[in-house]
Design a protein around this ligand. Structure first.
Ligand code: SF4
Length: 478
C-alpha cells in the first residue's frame, strides 16, 4: 500500500526506516484501527472462531492458517496470515459461507475509499495465489449513525460493502504493483518529486527527509495547494523568501511571503479595536473532547465529539482574573455534569471568548443532547466570540509558518508560551487519548499524573487566549 502512494516511500520503509517520523495523529489512527479490529473479532466471532497469533512467529502463523483453510470453511478465522510472491497479508476476518470463504476487511473509517479497494485486491491476489479460493470479499467500515445501546452490544457498529466485483477487476493489476514495489525496494532511492501524494491517502512519515526543512522558513510554510508547493520545491526553492512573488496565486500565500520577506510581524489596528470593544466580564473558554470510534457510553455514536473537560479564565474587570475548570475522570458519561458546571460559571452576561468555532459546535451538541439544559446552553452560544477570524485578518508573524492555530500564534507574541514545554500532553488528540486511557486504567498513579497533565494543558489553552487579547490591547495603546 505504501508503494501505491509513492515508490520512494516504500524504498525508504524497507531501506531507511530510521528516517520515518510518525506523527501523533498517525499513531492515534493506528490505535483506533486496533480497537476497531478487536471489536470486529467480537462482532463476527461472538466468542467462537480461531485467532491466528503473530507473536509465536511468522512461520507458525502461516502454518496455522494453511491448516485451517485446508480443513475448509467451518468457523470464523481472524488475522489469517498468507504469503504469495513475496507479499504477506493478514486478513482481518474470514467467514464460512455456502461453499467457500467470505473475506472481510475491517476499516475504522466511516466510508469506503479508493485505497481500500486496492488493499482488498492485494489480499485477494495473495489469498488465491497461496492456493485458496473465496466466494465473496467485503469491506466493513464504521456506521456513524450507529447508536450504542450499551451492555457491550456492538452489533450494527460495522456496515459491510460488497466489493467482490471491484476486487476481481483490480486483482489483475496486483502483479504489476508488486513488481514495481520489489524494484523500488531493491533499487536505489527513486528520485520522485514531493507533492500532494505526500499527504494522500496517508500522511507520509518521510516528510522531513524529502521536503526541504532546513532553511529558516521552508517553502511548505506557504500552505495552500500541496501540488503547487511540490512544484516550487522541484524548481529548487527551499525557503519562502526565495520564491518569486508572481508565482503565488492565493492572497494568504502572498501575505505569508510578503511578511516573511519583510521579516517584521504584521499587526493591523483592527485587532486592538476589536478586543477593546469587548464587554466585561470576559470568559475565555476551551474544551477537551473525545470521539471514540467504538462508542463507550450508551446513547452515543461512533466518532461523536463528547466533552470531558473545560477550562475557563474569568476576567471580571481589566486584569482581575481567576480560573475555573472541570474535569471528570470517573469514566462515567461526563457530559451532563460538565454542561451544568459550565452554565454555573458562565452566568448570564459577558462575552465568552473561544478560538475557532469548535467550542460553539460542542455547546450546540450538548444543547441537543440535554433538553433540560438547552435554554441556558443556547444563551451561551449567543454570547460566543471567536478570536480566530480577527487574529487571521490582523496578525501574522513569519515564525507562524502559514498557520493561525493558537499554538502557532502564541509563541510569536510570548516565547514562554510554548505547548512543547508542557509535560506529557501537547495537543488535543493527545489529551483525548490520554484521558480515555487513564479513565479505564486501574493504575492510580498513572490516573493522577494524567489528571494533572490534562488540567495543566487545558488551562494553558485559555491562558493563551488571555495573553492574545492582552497583546492586541497593547497594540491598540501603542
Ligand atoms: S514524503 Fe512524499 S516523496 Fe517522500 S517518500 Fe513520502 S510520499 Fe514519497
Amino acid at each position: 500500500m505504501s508503494s501505491l502512494q509513492c515508490l520512494r516511500r516504500l524504498h525508504l520503509e524497507v531501506n531507511r526506516p530510521e528516517l520515518a517520523v510518525m506523527s501523533a495523529r498517525t499513531q492515534i489512527a493506528f490505535d483506533i484501527g486496533h480497537r476497531v479490529g478487536d471489536i470486529a473479532v467480537q462482532i463476527y466471532g461472538g466468542g467462537a472462531g480461531e485467532y491466528i497469533e503473530y507473536e509465536a512467529g511468522l512461520g507458525k502463523a502461516l502454518e496455522q492458517t494453511r491448516e485451517l483453510l485446508r480443513a475448509g470453511p467451518r468457523e470464523p478465522v481472524f488475522e489469517a496470515t498468507l504469503e504469495h510472491g513475496g507479499v504477506l497479508v493478514r486478513e482481518d476476518v474470514l467467514l464460512p459461507q455456502q461453499g467457500g470463504w467470505h473475506i472481510v476487511e475491517v476499516k475504522a473509517s466511516t466510508r469506503l475509499k479508493d485505497e481500500h479497494v486496492q488493499d482488498c485486491a492485494i489480499q485477494a491476489w495473495v489469498h488465491e495465489g497461496a492456493g485458496f479460493s473465496f466466494e465473496r470479499f467485503s469491506l466493513a467500515h464504521i456506521d456513524n449513525q450507529f447508536v450504542y445501546p450499551g451492555g457491550g452490544d456492538y452489533a450494527g457498529l460495522l456496515v459491510e460493502e460488497d466489493l467482490t466485483r471491484e476486487v476481481r477487476q483490480l486483482q489483475h493489476s496486483v502483479p504489476l504493483w508488486v513488481e514495481a514495489a520489489m524494484a523500488a525496494a531493491d533499487g536505489p532511492e527513486p528520485k520522485l518529486a514531493v507533492g500532494q501524494h505526500c499527504f494522500t491517502p496517508y500522511e507520509c512519515p518521510f516528510f522531513r527527509h524529502c521536503w526541504p526543512v532546513d532553511s529558516d522558513y521552508p517553502v511548505h510554510g506557504l500552505k495552500g495547494s500541496r501540488k503547487k508547493l511540490g512544484q516550487l520545491v522541484s524548481k529548487g526553492y527551499s525557503d519562502i523568501r526565495e520564491v518569486p512573488g508572481e508565482t503565488l496565486t492565493s492572497e494568504d500565500q502572498y501575505r505569508i511571503w510578503r511578511v516573511t520577506r519583510q521579516g517584521v510581524p504584521e499587526i493591523l489596528p483592527a485587532a486592538g479595536a476589536f478586543v477593546s470593544g469587548l464587554d466585561w466580564p470576559r470568559f475565555y473558554l476551551d474544551f477537551e473532547t473525545v470521539g471514540p470510534a467504538v462508542p463507550v457510553w450508551p446513547g452515543t455514536r461512533p466518532y461523536e465529539v463528547l466533552p470531558f473537560q473545560w477550562s475557563c479564565h474569568v476576567e471580571r474587570a481589566p486584569g482581575e482574573l481567576h480560573h475555573e475548570e472541570f474535569l471528570d475522570m470517573s469514566g462515567e458519561p461526563p457530559m451532563h455534569a460538565l454542561a451544568e458546571a459550565l452554565i454555573a460559571v458562565l452566568g448570564d452576561r459577558g462575552p465568552v471568548l473561544m478560538y475557532t468555532a469548535y467550542e460553539k459546535g460542542v455547546i450546540m451538541a450538548l444543547a441537543a443532547r440535554f433538553p433540560d439544559l438547552a435554554g441556558p446552553l443556547q444563551a451561551i452560544v449567543s454570547r460566543l466570540v471567536d478570536l480566530y477570524p480577527v487574529t487571521k485578518a490582523s496578525y501574522y508573524h513569519p515564525d507562524m509558518m502559514g498557520s493561525w492555530s493558537i499554538k502557532a500564534v502564541l509563541p510569536t507574541i510570548d516565547p514562554s508560551m510554548d505547548w512543547e514545554k508542557l509535560e506529557g500532553i501537547h495537543e488535543g488528540s493527545e489529551a483525548s487519548t490520554a484521558w480515555l486511557d487513564a479513565v479505564h486504567s486501574n493504575d492510580e498513579r498513572h490516573r493522577e499524573a494524567v489528571r494533572r497533565q490534562l488540567l495543566e494543558y487545558c488551562r494553558f489553552d485559555t491562558e493563551a487566549m488571555v495573553r492574545l487579547v492582552q497583546f492586541f490591547e497593547q497594540t491598540q495603546v501603542r
